[in-house]
Every structure is written in structure tokens, then in C-alpha cells.
Ligand binder design. Sequence first.
Ligand code: COI
Length: 356
Amino acid sequence: MSTTQTDKIEINKVATSKINEVDFENLSFGSVFTDHLLECDFKNGEWQKPVIKPYAPFLLDPSARVFHYGQAIFEGMKAYKDEDDSIWLFRPDENFRRFNSSAVRMAMPEVPEEVFMEGLNHLLKLDHEWIKKGLGNTLYIRPFLIATGQGVVANPSDDYKFMIILSPAKAYYSGEVKVLIAEHYSRAANGGIGAAKTAGNYAGQFYPTNLANKEGFQQIIWTDDATHTKLEEAGTMNVFFRINDTLFTAPVSERILDGVTRKSLIDMAKKEGINVEVRPVLVSEIIEAVKNGTLKEIFGAGTAAVVSPISGFSYRNEYFELPKIENSIASQLKDKLTNLQHKLTEDPFGWTVKVS
Ligand code: COI
């Protein structure tokens, strides 16, 4: 292992990379991690010096608050390599902003921009060989913050650990995605934590999603908790509905995550002249549209999932299959977005940021 110190960061490199053990053509999402990680502790009321070190398990006290009260947040981002071997991030400022707003909601300290951004840049440069060129190849970036303070008293921790780990990734979903519209379980409630990217929001979905899986559905479309009449998110994604030639998606709220892919697709679609309406989308109007043939597409949008077409949905034990369409809006937007992210086309929005 070799060590480099600056006054801002310490870098301890692995002696031997494990990259040659990885089959980059057959990656299952989020299961392989690069050689290094970034770690920065919060102790005695302040952030310590960030360290990049070999990826490895670490020790925590069994009473650490993260295990008992789920004081934990995360982000999902991606890095891309262009044809000239430059590394690019997509709207990292949006992830940084959302990370710290999740931290505030979970009574955690905000991570300084230089720890997050400069730490990430150093880490990406060190593990640059793990980012493969070509559409479909990405490096998924998982920044997270956990409460490490000891003691099972139910109040916020004094100590925290911020980390960034990196995982080479292809698509999150492969094959058809069929969804079930939620009628009983809820993902989020007004005044709750639905807009924060916090661990429990995802854990709370596992049980209802397992039940849906048993019925042959990959994901659930969550509805509002109070009336179950408004369509909100689809599993780990925001969700869009196309009726005739208009796209509809719910506005972000206390219950709905402010997705970076979601807001990018809205802007891209508008620029393409596609009519987009951001307003509550009712279950009843989707049922009416599927019955009268005007519901053309449903797709999910997220960093991991990119743009994921939904082939059909079930509501109150009735299954509705969507038409198979050539040149769907989902596929057009996905191509535009991934070409822009991989720097294969111009970026008129200024969303791509070079790692340097
Ligand atoms: C992402 O799309 O990055 C997410 O955070 C979803 C995750 C549960 C895979």
C-alpha cells in the first residue's frame, strides 16, 4: 500500500488492483465494488480529514445509532467515460444538494462540499480504469452517511461516518417491468420522510414489493397514503405516463423524491416539443385511458434505472397490458439522455461536469 498526504486528503492506494477478477460484461447491479473508497468521520462537532483507502469491511459498535434508529442517508450518481477517456458526472450539484437536504431531515450534519465533491473527484481519478467506455457502461456512485455514535438512547448521534463507494454497473432492470398499483401499503406520508433519500424509505418497500413479486410484478406504483387515488412513484423510480402525446408526472412533494433523472427528462422532453404536464395523476384517469386506448406508455426514471419502460400494470386484480410502440417517447428520451451523459452529443443544458 502507498500513501499520499495533502493538507486536504490522505490517499492510501491498494498494492494490487482486483480489476482483473471482474467480468465487466456480466455485472449484476451493485454487487462489485472498485479498489478504493472515501471515508470522512464527523467527531467532536466537526468533520475530520477525508481519507481514500482500500475498499474493505469496517468495525462499528453494536449500539451505533444507525443499527437501531436507521439514521442513514445515501445518494445515487453515475460517472461516464467519453471516447477520449475523460470522466464525466451528470448534475452532481443536484445530488450534493439533495444529500444535504436529506441530512437535515434526518438530523444529521451536512457534508461540506469539498469533502463530497473533491473527495469524489480524487476517488474517481484513482479508480478510473473501472469506468468503461461505451453506451450502457457506467460507474454507479453511492455516497452515504451513517450515525456511528454509541448508545441506544433514541436521539441523534454525535458521531457520523460519510463514505463513497463505487460500483461498475449496467442496467438496473433487464427485461419486462410489470407493476402493481398500491391500494393499501404506502411509501410516504405528508410530513414524513418520503422526500429524503434515507435507508428506511427503501426498507419499508421491501415487504409489499415481495408480495407483489410473488404475484409476478417487479415493482409497485405507490399512491398517496391518504386516498390511494394519486399515482406517485414506481419502486425506486419516479414515474411518467403518456396519454395520447402528452407526458404526465406527479409534482415533487414531501412524499415524492426530487429525482434528478425525472427533472432532466421533463426539461429534455419540453425542449423536444413534447407536451409535459406536472400535476397529480389520478388512478382513475389512467384506468379510463387504458380502457379507451389513449394510454400509450408508462415509464420509470431514476439514476440506477435510467428510463425503464413498464409493460403493464395491475389494479384491483385486473391486469392491463400496454401497447408495444415503435419509437416510444421512453426510448427517445433514454437515447437522448444517455448520449448526452456519455458526451456523444452536445449538452445544451450544461449538465455534464468533467472530473479533473
Ligand atoms: C438510484 O436510482 O440511484 C437509487 O438510489 C435507487 C436505488 C435504490 C438503486
